[in-house]
Design a binder for this molecule. Structure first.
Ligand code: IMP
Ligand code: MG
Length: 361
């Protein structure tokens, strides 16, 4: 079994964690490689809801190794809470933190509040991640190994290299999304690190030849938290509210209401290229159920999105487990996205629960 990357194709909150949770059963190791506690990864198992900020979603499987790589900014208090809330317990055999992780200090959090004009302008999550990475770039930051005893100092790059060489498979879980990438996103309204699949190689220092698939995750519509361009954002307040309610579109880290808009196929196609996506995953298809019609951006004309109308479908799809059981218009929507991007949609989620996911055609 070879390794794979799960990456967000939009502004984050695409549902990467629930996809990792679904795929994890076929992998030996899970690994977070970027971002920090600005991420909020939600997984629902039965009646239980878990939100992790630093730990990969594989942590819910006690028989998997979960790794935080050296490119992840660590806040020790958040790490502690993640360990408790996911039931992972303590660091040790099943959860390993890289010795070179940059540490978020109180001064980083103090510098990343609404009082800071730049944080306010961007609408950051306020978790100190940007100032922490800035200190790393300045070469003045503290690393995990500066704070812990020698036995706790792990070289996760080497651990993963040897695991892969022995035939073990690793699932890399991205944070944020392509349009929040520090270089290719909507700069300056972006996060402070790379969010692309390619950053796995530089951040983890692993051999790309062991990684065969890049799963690109997107929602059936689009959301954004924080400020910055969102060309397909909805201006129709009642509809925004309706979709926000139906999709539970509130930030998992900050609780902020997410901005809502239509799917932007032009940007989705670009995101597929930037990440070399081999498989697409569409989440929250159920949220659009019951809309007579909705829209999708298929081109830009003089800088503005040009929309195509998509006929909707009715009925509850949350219990459908086979592609053939989907309403005709949902299958047509899926095919339209595949045609536009040139990438197959291999999984479609129809609800937040672990089992509410269905293979593509
Ligand atoms: P920062 O990463 O906290 O500096 O925030 C920079 C921008 O990225 C803001 O617009 C945040 O709302 C956004 N952002 C950061 N992390 C996430 C995430 O996990 N999901 C969605 N948006 C995020
Ligand atoms: Mg999130």
């Amino acid at each position: 079994m070879s390794s794979a990357i799960v990456v967000g194709l939009c502004f984050g909150d695409e549902g990467k964690a629930r996809v990792v949770d679904y795929l994890a059963k076929d992998f030996d190791v899970g690994c977070r490689w970027n971002g920090g506690p600005n991420a909020g990864h939600t997984i629902i198992v039965g009646q239980q809801k878990y939100v992790t900020h630093l730990l990969p979603a594989t942590v819910l499987y006690s028989n998997k190794l979960s790794i935080i790589g050296p490119g992840v900014a660590i806040d020790l208090a958040v790490l502690e809470r993640d360990l408790i809330e996911t039931g992972a317990g303590s660091l040790g055999n099943n959860v390993i933190i890289d010795k070179n992780c940059p540490m978020i200090e109180q001064k980083h959090k103090d510098a990343d509040t609404g009082d800071n004009p730049l944080s306010k302008k961007i609408g950051t999550t306020g978790r100190g991640v940007g100032p922490c990475f800035a200190d790393q770039a300045r070469r003045s930051g503290t690393r995990y190994k500066d704070l812990v005893d020698e036995p706790a100092q792990a070289d996760t790059s080497a651990i993963i290299h040897h695991a892969m060489k022995r035939g073990k498979s690793v699932l890399f879980e991205g944070a944020q999304g392509t349009l929040l990438d520090n270089i290719h996103g909507t700069y300056p309204f972006v996060t402070s690190c790379s969010t692309l699949a390619g950053s796995v190689y530089s951040s983890m220092g692993v051999n790309p030849s062991y990684i065969s698939d890049v799963y690109g995750v997107f929602k059936a519509y689009t959301t954004r938290v924080g400020n910055g361009p969102f060309p397909t954002e909805l201006s129709h307040q009642p509809l925004t509210e309706k979709l926000r309610m139906a999709g539970g579109e509130y930030g998992a880290t900050t609780g902020r209401p997410r901005r809502i808009g239509w799917l932007d196929l032009v940007e989705l196609k670009r995101a597929c290229q930037l990440n070399n996506v081999t498989k697409l995953v569409m989440t929250k298809a159920d949220v659009l159920s019951g809309m007579p019609a909705f829209f999708v951006c298929e081109a830009y004309e003089e800088g503005f999105p040009a929309y195509a109308e998509v006929p909707g479908w009715s009925g509850d799809i949350s219990n459908i487990r086979h592609y053939a059981g989907f309403p005709y218009n949902l299958r047509k929507y899926i095919a339209r996205i595949e045609d536009f991007t040139g990438v197959p949609i291999v999984l479609i989620s129809t609800g937040p629960e672990r089992q509410q996911i269905c293979r593509g055609a």
